[in-house]
Design a binder for this molecule. Structure first.
Ligand code: ZN
Ligand code: CU
Length: 489
């Protein structure tokens, strides 16, 4: 109950509240004090409640700020702390360090693919997680940041360049120590990218032994699995076993089914998750597109799937063009074209809409963009993921109600990743809030024009402060580092 003389910093009046729990929309006013939510009106705040700022939310949905659980924003939050690509979608928290790739703890390397997705040599300047998180705090980004440690990064700093083999017992010990130190500094878990060359030679036993540290420290094991096409189901079994042996909750990253011969396997993959969940904690995330994106590797290209170049160091003029067209012009095959473009990045059109919808609709699926912020011509998921789920998949396609869409990008995400006091709108939680127009909200970014600002995201607050308004990100950010086991001050 709010006393009559209540004095708030901000009140949000007249909006429709979708609170992140999955519960139905309802009329409610919201009052903020400092960085937190102070009171909810039911539906109105008491007459006489006063505030320094009033936000008119009539006609708008008021929801918890979205949590982008799968990002590669490690360097982006430092290089451009306004984070326009994310706050313009209503995102207020990003989880960095995914797919085995984190900036800390390593310095002075020429990062091999996919570690170059975070930038070049100059990005890698953090000898430990404490230094990285301190730099994020100093940069004052517009979004909150929680960090995973990459198993691939631990390998890079431990194995003296011999990445094509399993780690020895001594190397495993060293990586365990590295993970323990990062967890002590506030990391929220470890990610792996067993699909990628720096980590592909790591057997399940190596990963489980390192991730075993998480049973002592807390934290999740998050994985870009070894395979997402012909050996998808085997890779899922490996992931369940790794997490179970380590004694850590599991999150399967960007769950998808690649290549036509595997289309439809999401029926079995989701059944496998459902079964595993009876004995262990398993979560998953997905992005709302049937194309993926990562580095361009000559080993992954063939006639079966369309490939579009997102950047190329030796051939920047190839950016945004199809690999097949480039190969045609050069009079060579796809593989040779990819080799000539290397180092480079690409979009791979390799999934089926029915699998995507089945995965998005699965109740445990969180939304994560997997956006690549340093790509010249990025996959549109970087700018469009969250409005696309709200507008296209929830409102237009009718895949699930709006309150379910919101839960997949807020309450479920905070609960799965253990982010305290976030993800739901209720008194005491941090005031991470998005106001959007449910009739207009839509993604505008396309594969041809991938950096267009989304539509219908009206206003975003991060820790009670304005982060986005009138199509513009705030110059002065109020994001915090979210350290494991710490609600924040
Ligand atoms: Zn990945
Ligand atoms: Cu990723």
């Amino acid at each position: 109950m709010v006393s009559k003389a209540a004095e708030f910093d901000t009140v949000i009046l007249g909006g429709t509240l979708i609170d992140g729990t999955g519960g139905p929309p309802r009329r409610a006013d919201i009052a903020l004090s400092g960085r937190r939510i102070a009171a909810l009106g039911d539906p109105d705040l008491p007459a006489g409640a006063t505030a320094r700022h009033e936000i008119d939310a009539r006609g708008l949905v008021v929801a918890p700020g979205f949590i982008d659980v799968h990002t590669h924003d490690d360097n982006a939050v430092l290089a451009d702390p306004r984070m326009t690509a994310k706050v313009s979608q209503g995102v207020t928290t990003v989880i960095v360090g995914n797919c085995g790739v984190s900036l800390a703890p390593i310095t002075d390397i020429d990062p091999p693919p996919p570690h170059n997705l975070l930038g070049g040599r100059s990005a890698y300047r953090f000898g430990d997680m404490a230094a990285y998180l301190g730099a994020v705090e100093a940069a004052r980004p517009n979004v909150n940041v929680a960090a995973l440690v990459g198993h691939g990064t631990l390998r890079l700093c431990t194995m003296n360049g011999q990445l094509g083999r399993a780690a020895t017992a001594a190397e495993i010990d060293a990586m365990r120590a590295g993970l323990r130190a990062a967890m002590g500094a506030g990391a929220i878990g470890m990610s792996s990218g067993l699909f990628y060359k720096p980590s592909a030679a790591a057997p399940k036993e190596e990963v489980a032994a390192i991730a075993g540290v998480l049973a002592e420290t807390g934290g999740l094991y998050v994985t870009h699995m070894r395979n997402e096409d012909d050996r998808l189901l085997e890779s899922m079994r490996e992931s369940f076993e790794t997490a179970a042996e380590a004694g850590a909750p599991l999150v399967i990253s960007h769950h998808k089914v690649c290549r036509p011969q595997n289309f439809g396997k999401s029926v079995q993959s989701l059944q496998a998750i459902e079964r595993a969940r009876q004995g262990q904690a398993v979560g998953l995330d997905a992005y709302p597109y049937t194309a993926g994106s990562t580095v361009l590797d000559p080993d992954w290209v063939d006639e079966q799937i369309r490939v579009m170049v997102t950047w190329s160091e030796p051939h920047p003029e190839a950016t945004g063009r199809d690999l097949a067209d480039i190969a045609g012009e050069w009079g060579c095959d796809l593989r040779e074209a990819a080799e000539r473009l290397h180092p480079a990045g690409a979009v791979y059109f390799q999934m089926d809409e029915a699998d995507l919808r089945r995965i998005l609709a699965y109740p445990q699926t969180m939304i994560g963009s997997d956006g690549l912020p340093h790509d010249e011509h990025p996959h549109p998921r970087l700018w469009g993921t969250f409005p696309r789920v709200l507008g296209h998949y929830s409102r237009d396609v009718g895949l699930f109600p709006l309150e379910v869409a919101v839960r997949k990008m807020s309450g479920l995400s905070a609960a799965t990743f253990g982010l305290a006091d976030r993800g739901e709108i209720r008194p005491g939680n941090f005031a991470d809030i998005v106001l959007f127009d449910p009739h207009r909200v839509a993604d505008a970014a396309t594969f041809a024009d991938p950096t267009r600002l989304s539509i219908g995201i009206e206003r975003v607050l991060v820790n009670g402060a304005l982060a986005f308004e009138n199509g513009q990100a705030a110059a002065d950010g109020h994001g915090q580092v979210i350290r494991r086991g710490q609600g924040g001050g």
